[in-house]
Design a protein around this ligand. Structure first.
Ligand SMILES: *[C@@H]1O[C@H](CO)[C@@H](O)[C@H](O)[C@H]1NC(C)=O
Ligand SMILES: *[C@@H]1O[C@H](CO)[C@@H](O)[C@H](O)[C@H]1NC(C)=O
Ligand SMILES: *[C@@H]1O[C@H](CO)[C@@H](O)[C@H](O)[C@H]1NC(C)=O
Ligand SMILES: *[C@@H]1O[C@H](CO)[C@@H](O)[C@H](O)[C@H]1NC(C)=O
Ligand SMILES: *[C@@H]1O[C@H](CO)[C@@H](O)[C@H](O)[C@H]1NC(C)=O
Ligand SMILES: *[C@@H]1O[C@H](CO)[C@@H](O)[C@H](O)[C@H]1NC(C)=O
Ligand SMILES: *[C@@H]1O[C@H](CO)[C@@H](O)[C@H](O)[C@H]1NC(C)=O
Ligand SMILES: *[C@@H]1O[C@H](CO)[C@@H](O)[C@H](O)[C@H]1NC(C)=O
Ligand SMILES: *[C@@H]1O[C@H](CO)[C@@H](O)[C@H](O)[C@H]1NC(C)=O
Ligand SMILES: *[C@@H]1O[C@H](CO)[C@@H](O)[C@H](O)[C@H]1NC(C)=O
Length: 789
């Protein structure tokens, strides 16, 4: 998203391959060849036929999607300076770099690093829509020279000569870095150096990266530096040494399995609105987690959640500036749950000294901030009542939530893969690929093959069915584009992609793809998950993108903000439905986006695209890690009759065009079968605009949300209503709990922006923004609710 309103702190002074074990289970009688490969370090993505097509590129026949840096002259020999070769591999083909300040969906690229040691003397400049991927079976090492200069060995948003970042950081979407080692140890510790500079927005990820830094006294190295943005996802990162492991600020983020050792300060939180850390593993440091920037009187950190983590041999775990009467009132909100400390004498240190003793102990729960149980606010600093976690949500044999990183199939030989293009789909943006895809998926699932979606835009005119037994991986986000009459009736919705049908059970793994619609498609349910899934099934980096790109017919030309609402720009019934049949849906880094601006317009011009519902969850046993849902007219998240779910961080935005029309007057008629909100009742609770809810919980049990940011920035495209000290907010209410059977609902660190009432239960206002003012929005630390209590 794109409100560039936050002045951040710019602190410039400043492995081996992860065996991501697949839990996919072969259908009965199918032998998989997966075991065969591991002996050598070959990787299927390097060896597979490269025939991705950027369908809407001006010259699709010559545009190269997959770029092996060695094909551009990089040597990877540990001595040749490969900087220029690598940067040419990234920029080749009229792609959009930071100097252009533009985005583009027609120039997708994978920049691939085979095993080797690549010496660089200045930054690798990342471009828009780029996946930088190394060989996970023999991680390539990027090694800056001792005289390296620049901000970041990989610079995700290079500063330009005018002193500004190339792109507005909140608009940096669709990019990844995975399977690399960045070794800063040739740079003297006394020289400031940064592994990855990463101010980014949604649909971005860093996975399986190791950063090695100087641990010499006085080291000025920092592994990851993020000064702003609206992220984002990071997992399986290991950092050693440095002044900072990570020195990071952003609106919101989810980070998991981040291992930092031998740093002075492992994580320095520069600023944020909200952030969820899961599975931190920090050892041998002075301060494990610093969040006291700004001091008591001007706290910069809005809120932090840390769960399922271990801290050892540090002087202090958390440094905080929170006090009962600090400023802003909710600044420094903190929620800790299931943290093991070992030889760490101080757990939480405030500006006046120790507030929680450490040692070698377990912190079952501890927090500070404003509590609503459900009435409030009550200011607390101490333990809170944590939910009893459903055993089905736990990693087996532990008290930690189950997690599974994106499968990369690194142990599978190239012969395990079937190319969707070889199977007859064209992906050219115009051919109807429905039947080619459906038959390829069915046959791959029965033979145990992994389906490789070569880059392309695959037009479909009917439902794509992903059967149990499927494993599907995209080449830098190929697009399934729903088109035609089947998807046009907003009173008779049809799924574009179905993950299993009602009654199906088994495994599905799906990663690195986008589902979209073309033109008017008011009856499209973009993704419908019905599968009663085996544990280990899921979606990783699979997104919906509705409008705002070439080929969508939902761009500035068709859907300008100046036009009256019309069926031409009604483009989706619902982004995603996890139905009541669904079990064990696992979502990681999933961004369900109705476009607010045109990515292929040079000025990122705003557009008005109208969709109905965001994410409806009616199933049980689901993990929603690092998900975001934006700009749908009826709601962003709705949990209805759902049970046993953990979600965090969740982030939403209200449509910019609202309240013209508002949620009550959405172009999408409500459907009582799926319990759509009745805004004539809901909005009676508040005064102000009746805009779409960010989060609605209806008759659901055992739902834990670890970090939520529900944002309303606009009132008919004006942002005045979200200015920090504005008392007339953009919308009246954004989170509603209704029905008569909700139990064990827990929400940690709820931040709202531009909204008067933070929580409404059955029409009663429970929490107001003015009691919980935070760094930019308003935050409450803890909310728990049971119907009738
Ligand atoms: C990010 O930070 C830079 C440096 O302080 C600033 O120039 C830019 O405006 C900020 N962008 C956003 C979106 O906050
Ligand atoms: C964490 O990441 C490391 C490095 O990629 C990996 O070896 C390990 O298996 C991961 N652990 C978990 C719990 O995911
Ligand atoms: C702990 O970290 C320091 C650098 O901060 C390093 O010098 C020392 O060797 C580390 N100790 C161990 C046991 O790794
Ligand atoms: C903490 O330690 C206990 C006992 O050693 C272990 O069972 C638990 O899984 C650990 N928790 C974390 C978050 O590492
Ligand atoms: C805790 O904070 C106090 C006050 O700022 C400071 O004097 C002390 O050194 C800190 N202790 C640790 C272990 O960081
Ligand atoms: C209402 O939802 C049900 C269940 O998804 C669906 O079958 C029906 O077609 C929908 N009706 C309308 C009018 O949207
Ligand atoms: C695989 O699934 C089994 C059974 O559901 C579970 O016990 C195990 O922890 C899973 N393993 C991985 C690596 O996901
Ligand atoms: C886009 O920006 C360019 C200059 O940067 C300007 O010439 C052009 O008129 C703008 N287009 C629109 C549609 O605003
Ligand atoms: C909002 O009010 C606070 C406290 O009065 C003040 O510090 C801050 O600068 C104001 N912010 C804006 C954007 O006016
Ligand atoms: C409350 O429960 C009753 C009986 O189960 C049901 O008929 C009614 O629809 C429920 N009301 C709401 C608002 O969910």
């Amino acid at each position: 998203m794109c409100r560039s309103l936050f002045t951040s702190f710019l602190l410039l002074a400043s492995a081996s391959a992860a065996a991501v074990r697949s839990n996919w289970t072969a259908p009965a009688g199918v032998s998989t060849k997966a075991a065969a490969a591991a002996a050598d370090s070959s990787f299927w993505l390097e060896d597979i036929k490269h025939q991705g097509i950027a369908a809407f590129n001006p010259d699709p026949s010559s545009y190269v999607v997959f770029r092996n840096v060695k094909d551009y002259g990089a040597k990877g020999d540990g001595s040749t300076d490969d900087t220029d070769a690598i940067n040419t591999a990234i920029s080749d083909g009229s792609r959009k770099g930071p100097a252009s300040r533009e985005s583009s969906t027609v120039t997708p690229a994978i920049v691939y690093f085979p095993a080797g040691t690549y010496v660089v003397s200045s930054p690798i400049i990342d471009y828009y829509y780029t996946q930088i991927i190394g060989n996970p079976n023999d991680l390539p090492v990027i090694k800056p020279t001792s005289s390296f200069t620049g901000l970041g060995v990989i610079d995700g948003d290079q500063y330009q000569s005018d002193g500004n970042q190339g792109w507005t950081s909140t608009n940096v979407f669709y990019r990844q870095i995975r399977n690399l080692i960045i070794d800063l140890t040739d740079i003297p510790g006394t020289t400031a150096a940064t592994g990855i500079h990463w101010p980014t927005g949604q649909a971005t990820s860093i996975q399986n990266v190791e950063i090695r830094q100087s641990a010499d006294a006085g080291t000025q190295h920092q592994g990851i530096f993020i000064e702003n943005g609206s992220g984002g996802w990071l997992t399986d990162v290991t950092i050693t040494g440095g002044l900072y492991g990570a020195n990071i600020g952003n609106q919101q983020y989810t980070m998991r399995n981040l291992t930092i050792s031998n740093a002075v300060t492992a994580i320095s939180q520069i600023w944020n609105w909200g952030w969820t850390y899961q599975g931190l593993s920090i050892s041998n440091c002075t301060t494990a987690f610093s969040m006291n920037a700004g001091g008591t009187g001007d706290q910069a950190v809005g809120s932090v959640n840390i769960i399922d983590s271990s801290i050892s041999d540090c002087s202090v775990f958390v440094t905080t500036a929170w006090t009962t009467n600090g400023s802003p009132a909710s600044g420094g909100t903190l929620m800790l749950e299931n943290i093991n400390l070992s030889n760490t004498p101080v757990a939480v240190n405030s500006t006046s000294g120790t507030v929680l003793e450490g040692g070698s102990t377990t912190i079952a729960s501890w927090g500070e901030g404003h509590k609503y149980t459900p009435s409030g606010p009550n200011t607390f600093q101490g333990t809170f009542s944590a939910p009893t976690r459903a055993s089905a949500l736990l990693a087996s044999g532990t008290s930690a939530y189950y997690t599974k990183s994106k499968p990369q199939y690194e142990a599978s030989p190239t012969s395990s893969f079937v190319s969707i293009r070889d199977a007859g789909a064209k992906g050219d943006g115009s051919t109807d690929d429905t039947s080619a895809i459906n038959s390829a998926l069915t046959s791959a699932a029965s033979s145990g093959s992994i389906v490789f979606f070569d880059q392309g835009t695959y037009k479909v005119t009917n439902t794509i069915y992903i059967p149990p037994g499927s494993r599907i991986v995209g080449e830098t986000y190929p697009v399934i584009l729903a088109s035609g009459d089947t998807f046009s009736d907003k009173t008779s919705p049809v799924a574009v992609v179905q993950v299993g049908r009602s009654g199906d059970s088994g495994s599905v793994e799906w990663s690195d793809m986008i589902v979209s619609t073309e033109g008017s498609a008011a009856g499209a349910i973009l993704i419908e998950w019905n599968l009663n899934a085996d544990s280990g099934s899921g979606m990783w980096d699979v997104h919906t993108r509705i409008g705002g790109f070439t080929g969508s017919n939902l761009q500035v030309a068709q859907c300008p903000t100046s036009a009256a609402e019309s069926t031409n720009c009604e483009a989706g019934y619902m982004s995603m439905h996890i139905t009541s049949d669904a079990r064990n849906a696992y979502l990681e880094n999933v961004w369900l986006w109705t476009a607010d601006h045109d990515l292929d317009d040079n000025n990122n011009t705003q557009i008005s695209v109208y969709t109905g519902r965001g994410l409806l969850i009616e199933g049980q046993n689901a993990w929603l890690y690092g998900t975001a849902v934006e700009h749908h007219s009826l709601y962003q998240y709705q949990f209805s009759g759902a049970k046993d779910i953990v979600a965090g961080f969740i982030q939403t935005e209200t449509p910019y065009y609202q309240p013209n029309p508002d949620a009550k007057s959405s172009p999408y008629p409500t459907n009582s079968t799926i319990n759509d909100p009745d805004y004539s009742t809901i909005c009676a609770a508040g005064s102000g605009n009746c805009d779409a809810l960010g989060l609605r919980v209806l008759d659901s049990q055992d739902l834990t949300i670890v970090g939520a940011g529900l944002y309303s920035f606009f009132d008919s495209y004006s942002t005045t209503c979200s200015d920090q000290n504005q008392t007339t907010k953009c919308q009246s209410l954004i989170f509603s709990v209704e029905g008569n059977s909700t139990s064990n609902l827990y929400v940690y660190s709820l931040t709202t922006v531009g909204t008067t009432d933070m929580i409404v239960t059955d029409g009663t206002v429970v929490a107001s923004y003015s009691d919980n003012v935070d760094t930019f929005g308003s935050t409450l630390a803890y909310f728990t609710y049971n119907t009738g209590s």
